[in-house]
Design a protein around this ligand. Structure first.
Ligand SMILES: CCCCCCCCCC(=O)SCCNC(=O)CCNC(=O)[C@H](O)C(C)(C)COP(=O)(O)OP(=O)(O)OC[C@H]1O[C@@H](n2cnc3c(N)ncnc32)[C@H](O)[C@@H]1OP(=O)(O)O
Length: 194
């Protein structure tokens, strides 16, 4: 991608990302990491309800069905919503590394409008890892998985410890998430041992 800033270029000592041995198998749905997440949560009525599926290596695909509540201009998806879909898709990659990480930087290209009523077909991959820094990119297409590119992003995620959420989040939500009976979801949020 042209125009990407220097901080999204992996350093010379970056390594190839390694899929965790316990990562979901290719083709498996990842499910939501948190029910209230605006990007993927099933209990979030206003959210994107994005569904991601593991791919080969450290890659995945995801689908985002654009609904009327996602509009910016009449009949078209809001750019910030599309950036959110890209952010969520890229963030989901970290589950394949079994690393807890948050977005440090996200750079987005908007190439085509995305109409309400269409599905954005996303694919994403981790391209490099350097210490706590995880470099990744994503593409969103309209009209099908092989349709024209509507949006693209490159990102830098930074690995964090669980304390990042405990220290910065609201205690009510932290407690609720920690006692989530869904073991996989709890592990994604709080029990990952890289
Ligand atoms: C539980 C699973 C959650 C999954 C969610 C997935 C979907 C959604 C993903 C998100 O939207 S996460 C929410 C949005 N992101 C945030 O709220 C992060 C807010 N930022 C922070 O909390 C801190 O800035 C951060 C933890 C990212 C980094 O702070 P630290 O004090 O831990 O590290 P530091 O600032 O020393 O940075 C570490 C390295 O990363 C680099 N870095 C950090 N932020 C950067 C940035 N923005 N651009 C470029 N480089 C950056 C920094 O220069 C440094 O490089 P070096 O090691 O080479 O010195």
């Amino acid at each position: 991608m042209s125009g990407t800033s220097a901080s999204l270029q992996p350093p010379a000592d970056a390594v190839t990302p390694v899929r965790h041995p316990d990562a979901p198998a290719p083709g498996e749905l990842l499910g939501a990491h948190y029910g209230e997440c605006f990007g993927c949560g099933g209990e979030q009525p206003h959210g994107l309800h994005l569904q991601a599926r593991a791919g080969e290596g450290v890659s995945l695909t995801a689908e985002f069905a654009v609904r009327p509540e996602h509009q910016g201009a009449p009949g078209l998806a809001h750019g910030g919503i599309l950036a959110t879909a890209l952010d969520e898709t890229l963030g989901s990659l970290n589950w394949l590394l079994r690393t807890i990480a948050v977005t440090g930087r996200l750079e987005t290209d908007f190439r085509r409008p995305v109409p309400v009523g269409t599905t954005l077909h996303l694919e994403a991959e981790v391209t490099a890892v350097a210490g706590r820094k995880i470099y990744s990119r994503a593409t969103g297409r309209v009209g099908g998985p092989d349709g024209p590119v509507a949006v693209r992003a490159e990102a830098l995620f930074i690995e964090v410890k669980v304390d990042h959420f405990i220290d910065n989040g609201r205690p009510e939500e932290i407690q609720a998430a920690m006692s989530d009976p869904d073991q996989v979801r709890r592990a994604r949020a709080f029990e990952v041992n890289p």
